[in-house]
Design a protein around this ligand. Structure first.
Ligand code: CUA
Length: 309
């Protein structure tokens, strides 16, 4: 299988594509330059002190030991506090999106107080429009981070942290859970798809509808396997099997770019492998291996899921 690095978008804060990431980048450059100056100044003062060690002067101690470090620390504190306040401030006009971290996947609900579109493991954002993310955790502490778009924010059970992000460039980016949360913490990534505003509105409206009806008989057979195996106890497919919220929503699962929370390319083959051996692909995942399925059943159910777009 392809490794995630080949198939997903940028995950680098060195190439910012969002307002938060740009301010973190600028802050890093300013700090590097500022501390470079402080370093040179300190070295000069040390050299001066060494040459005049027989007759020390107190202003050197004041300057090198207190005034220069205090000024540098205050500047850094001010800059980083302003950046943090800007990132966490809720925007009145922002679209609200609830993101809940689970071991090891992401539940995502767009516009939770309005049309409430549920999806998983792929965050779709409108270009140029602020989005306030309400970050929740279902089990242990996780951390939300899309380095190209914004700063990082912890997700803590029992509280809601907010992060306002504005993507400034359409394209595909990659996010990653940034807090150790168990065996498959490194396999808890996600994709971020930034769409132009009109395309985003179309996507949201389209995503609010129920799953498409299968057009072919093999897909109908796959939907029957989904029902017989009790998949609906954990997974929702709107219009087909509602109420299962323990696992990712599958209404548009075939439309996602990746499978297993940003780990493998999404297609029927990887889906079949995933269903049969999820515990081997992602140690510690809650879903059991469905390796008792017959070949035809596995083929049918994976074809059905891949068709849900
Ligand atoms: Cu979730 Cu690390």
């Amino acid at each position: 299988m392809d490794s995630a690095l080949d198939i997903f978008g940028s995950q680098s804060w060195l190439r910012p594509a969002g307002i938060g990431a740009a301010s973190a980048y600028d802050l890093t450059l300013a700090m590097t330059a500022g501390f470079g100056v402080v370093f040179v100044l300190m070295m000069a003062l040390i050299a001066l002190a060494w040459r005049a060690r027989a007759a020390p002067r107190t202003w050197w101690i004041w300057t090198g030991g207190i005034i220069v470090p205090m000024t540098a620390i205050l500047l850094v504190l001010t800059g980083s506090t302003l950046a943090l306040v800007a990132m966490t401030r809720a925007d009145e006009n922002a679209l609200v999106v609830d993101v809940t971290a689970h071991q090891y996947w992401w539940d995502i609900v767009y516009d939770p107080d309005g049309m409430a579109v549920r999806d998983a493991n792929e965050l779709v954002l409108p270009e140029g429009r602020p989005v306030t993310l309400r970050l929740h955790a279902a089990d242990v502490i996780h951390s939300f981070w899309v380095p190209s778009i914004s700063g990082k924010m912890d997700m803590i059970p029992g509280r809601v942290n907010t992060l306002t992000v504005t993507a400034t460039e359409a394209g595909r980016f990659r996010g990653q859970c940034a807090e150790f949360c168990g065996l498959s913490h490194p396999r808890m990534a996600f994709e971020v798809l930034v769409l132009e505003p009109a395309a985003f509105d179309d996507w949201l409206t389209d995503s609010a509808g129920p799953a498409r009806d299968p057009a072919r008989t093999d897909l109908v057979a796959g939907r029957d396997v989904f029902a017989q195996q009790g998949c609906a106890a954990c997974h929702e497919i709107r219009g087909v099997a509602e109420g299962g919220r323990l696992g990712p929503d599958l209404t548009r699962v075939g439309a996602r770019g990746s499978l297993g929370a940003g780990m493998w390319r999404m297609n029927q083959g990887t889906l079949a492998g995933w269903i049969a051996s999820v515990r081997d692909m992602k140690p510690g995942a809650q879903m059991p291996n469905f390796n008792h399925l017959s070949g035809p059943d596995l083929r049918a159910v994976s074809a059905y899921l891949a068709s849900l777009k």
